[in-house]
Design a protein around this ligand. Structure first.
Ligand SMILES: *[C@@H]1O[C@H](CO)[C@@H](O)[C@H](O)[C@H]1NC(C)=O
Ligand SMILES: *[C@@H]1O[C@H](CO)[C@@H](O)[C@H](O)[C@H]1NC(C)=O
Length: 492
């Protein structure tokens, strides 16, 4: 496993860049004192500083917090207690071999449904343990209140209309060691591939915890997520880094939607929105201080998953007696953020008009340079968008003609299905040019050379047209059967 020459050169370049970059003055939870954080702890010096930064994590302070084995028991216990609305599964193991347990809360756990999915990740940094405690509270609250429901429908809404995945600890080893990094002392929130700098691009060199998250995101069809941190009180949204490494507002294409989502969290919080440091209790990551290799930006770029980084307590390691208060202060925020996936945005499925089957197309919004994919199996998509605006949404899929429509998105969610017609242009039947062949250019010379095939295709086309005409009625009724009953079903 040798580092490629290019990789080595870029590493060198980065080290140089880093040396010249100005270091932000702010030390905080998301970043600690190492702002660029790219080769965090790998050489030992920085990690020592971090350990010395928190000499106050005493035996006394850990009292009242669940140990790793207690947490594991709590997760399994939850699975037994709430077995009909949950599933326990592991996404991998930490460096020292602890399973990374996930609780999925849903009325049909483990099943594919045309519903949005949200994930919560706690304890990314070993010395920020509040998230893992609060997430267990959240799981129990949902289980206890589903069907009882003092907050009218919120628990039921979440259990019945979406899938919530909770990973209480991403870094059990760091927690056991009472430090920020994992067992290799790598800061996991700097270990993801970065959009601006190629330093982390080699996936096989990533930490096991990081790889587990990457595979998880590729496997599940997450709509949005949040990771929980401590050491500040703010909802942080992408981008986390800026191209030139300067501390500045660096918004992503969905900046407006992210600000909306971060505000849902801060406004529902006990006092996050009253922050003096952050207007409204929210901040753009790069404006606070840029970091590279973070999990948040990776989620948005590679998973189409809108992730926030939530700093939920001023102290990284408060007394255990504060935990219930912190949970109460964050409860409505967590519930409202998760529920916003069902209560707002545009949702629907993409179908092929010829077969009537769902297809894994993608959804674009004119003027926003990002793409949301529909799921492979059910063709469902879930697009978070700021409410109260007009949008032009376009559904597309290779081999099909795209369809666009203008919508007025009100405060509540909208359901919008798309039925795409196959692209009339047929691909060459026997494609000999290997894996990478441009369809538009590749088709023509092929047909000119093989004139018999041209005739053959013409006959095929006529037959297909006749077939489609005869099939139209049947398809229409099939589509109706596929559709999920929702508030305002519209098909385009
Ligand atoms: C779960 O169990 C409770 C109580 O036994 C029951 O009322 C509820 O309908 C069940 N929910 C599901 C989704 O099966
Ligand atoms: C929020 O309330 C806590 C006490 O629960 C307090 O320590 C903190 O300073 C408050 N933060 C803001 C921004 O008002």
């Amino acid at each position: 496993m040798a580092i490629s020459r290019l990789g080595f050169l870029s590493l060198l370049l980065l080290v140089l860049l880093r040396a010249f970059a100005s270091l932000p003055t702010q030390a905080a939870a998301r970043g600690g004192s190492d702002s660029s954080g790219i080769d965090n702890g790998k050489h030992g010096a920085f990690s020592r500083i971090l350990l010395e930064d928190n000499p106050e994590i005493t035996e006394e302070m850990t009292r009242g917090y669940m140990s790793n084995s207690e947490l594991e028991n709590a997760i399994q216990g939850f699975g037994n207690k709430c077995s009909n609305v949950s599933r326990i599964y592991s996404i991998g193991r930490s460096v020292n071999g602890s399973p990374l347990w996930v609780i999925e809360v849903s009325d049909k756990p483990g099943q594919k449904e045309a519903e949005p999915a949200f994930k919560f990740i706690g304890n990314v940094h070993g010395d920020e343990p509040v998230g893992r405690e609060v997430l267990m509270q959240l799981a129990y609250w949902l289980c206890d209140n589903y069907l009882k429901d003092p907050l009218v429908c919120k628990a039921t809404l979440i259990v019945e209309n979406m899938h919530l995945h909770i990973l209480p600890t991403m870094n059990p080893d760091g927690f056991a060691l009472r430090r920020r990094g994992n067992a290799n002392n790598i800061d996991l929130n700097r270990d993801f591939p970065d959009q601006f700098f190629p330093i982390n691009d080699e996936i096989s060199f990533r930490q096991p915890e990081t790889r587990a998250i990457i595979n998880w995101i590729k496997q599940e069809h997450f709509t949005a997520s949040a990771s929980l941190h401590g050491g500040a009180l703010v909802a942080n949204y992408p981008w986390d880094g800026s191209r030139d490494k300067r501390k500045q507002y660096y918004g992503c294409p969905d900046d407006k939607t992210f600000r909306y989502m971060a505000s849902v969290y801060s406004q529902s919080h006990y006092n996050m929105s009253l922050s003096k440091e952050f207007k409204g209790g929210i901040t753009n990551g790069a404006l606070w201080y840029p970091i590279y290799g973070g999990m948040q930006d990776w989620n948005y770029i590679h998973g189409g998953c809108f992730e926030l980084t939530l700093e939920i307590s001023d102290l990284k390691w408060p007394k255990a007696s504060e935990l219930l208060v912190i949970w109460e202060q964050n409860k409505m925020s967590m519930l409202n953020l998760v529920a916003s996936l069902v209560k707002t945005g545009v949702h629907g499925r993409i179908f092929a008009s010829d077969s009537g089957r769902p297809i894994p197309g993608s959804l674009m919004v004119k003027g926003i340079d990002s793409k949301i994919s529909a799921s492979r199996t059910l063709g469902d998509y879930h697009r978070m968008l700021t409410p109260g605006e007009t949008y032009e949404v376009v559904a597309s899929m290779e081999g099909f003609r795209p369809r666009s429509t203008r919508i007025v998105l009100e405060q509540e969610a909208m359901n919008l299905d798309f039925i795409l017609d196959p692209d009339g242009q047929k691909k060459p039947l026997h494609n000999d040019c290997g894996c990478h062949c441009d369809d538009d250019v590749g088709g023509k010379p092929f047909l000119i050379r093989e004139s018999h095939l041209w005739l053959y295709l013409l006959v095929l086309f006529v037959l297909l047209a006749l077939y489609l005409l005869s099939k139209r009625r049947r398809t229409a009724s099939k589509l109706a059967a596929h559709r999920i009953p929702l508030k305002r079903p519209v098909a385009v």
